[in-house]
Design a protein around this ligand. Sequence first.
Ligand code: SF4
Length: 375
Amino acid sequence: MNGIYVHIPFCERKCNYCAFSSFTNLEEKDRYFKALIREIKDFDEGKLPKNEIFEKDDLHKIDTIYIGGGTPSLFDSGNIEKILDAIKEKFDLQKDNEITIECNPNSLDEDKIKGYRALGINRLSIGVQSLQDSQLSFIGRLHSAEQALNAIEISHKHFDNISCDFLIGLPRQEPEEFIFDLKKVVDIGVKHISAYMLQVEDKTPLADMARKSPFILPDDDQSAEIYQKGASFLQKRGFLQYEISNFAIKGYESKHNLKYWRGDNYIGFGLSAHSYVNGVRLANANNFKDYYSHKLALKEVLDKRQLIEERLMLGLRCNLGVDLKYLEKLGYFIENNENYTNFLEKKIIFNENDRIFLNPKYYGVSNYVIVSLLG
Ligand code: SF4
């Protein structure tokens, strides 16, 4: 089944670490929403490049929609409704669907939350990042810890399926503090947590801050300890680690993100949105001018080698694993790779019914394992 991603590239202010496609020129929003809805309505799968290796799947049926950004929650249900209507006109949205919207605590209020629910949105992904005010202000977030907790509590009255994003590697962060933050949201009833390592990206204010005070951020070993202790706390509270950075109570895994990791088709709409369709990768332009003139930043028909790489990269970072029959169809017999036997013997990977999985204990070195398995 297919999924749809919609990108809303606006934020009130840029966070200090942000290297995503997000802009603060809100005066552009009317033109942008118009172009976005046009793009959805004009979608024509017949015009997509073809990959001969793949049998063509019908793209018409979808069961997930993910509205991400940026900060989609800057906009109330009226704006979002137009997008969902355009999608429903063009695609066949299945009954058992998952529709997620990304939200920031400072742009959520109860009316907005109720409005989203009334549209059929059934999952909220809230950017909490930390519940320590000093860390929030260091990374330039516009909300306090208290605002974040209030937003989660109000959301929880209307939504059962809530995910919270957290960052690991914040200034002077300690494992106990991270666990304290996780405990607060789990106690409210949050059933999905994404915990990402803070990346210091070039040309961001954070890169300057880290240059000026090199020891302010925890080093890799300290961050790894925070991650490990956070992961084991969540496991004790009944969360399943189903991807390196993602934890969920059973049944609350993100259906949409699982499509990325499983290699299912997804169609991206909006500035900088990526699509993966039947072995073809596409990305829209990441500036308004080029996006409005329908320029693509990427159009790539994946060859066998790229498909194998992608499958190993995605499958081994989550609990879906990699189907060896799929690799064989692409001409890759992994048993011939000596690292494969070696990793099996050392229990770094395991094979169950012709699928290989990375032992979660080794998620921290997944890149090394994947590169070694590629031969
Ligand atoms: S809210 Fe997200 S997208 Fe917006 S500036 Fe902050 S990190 Fe970037």
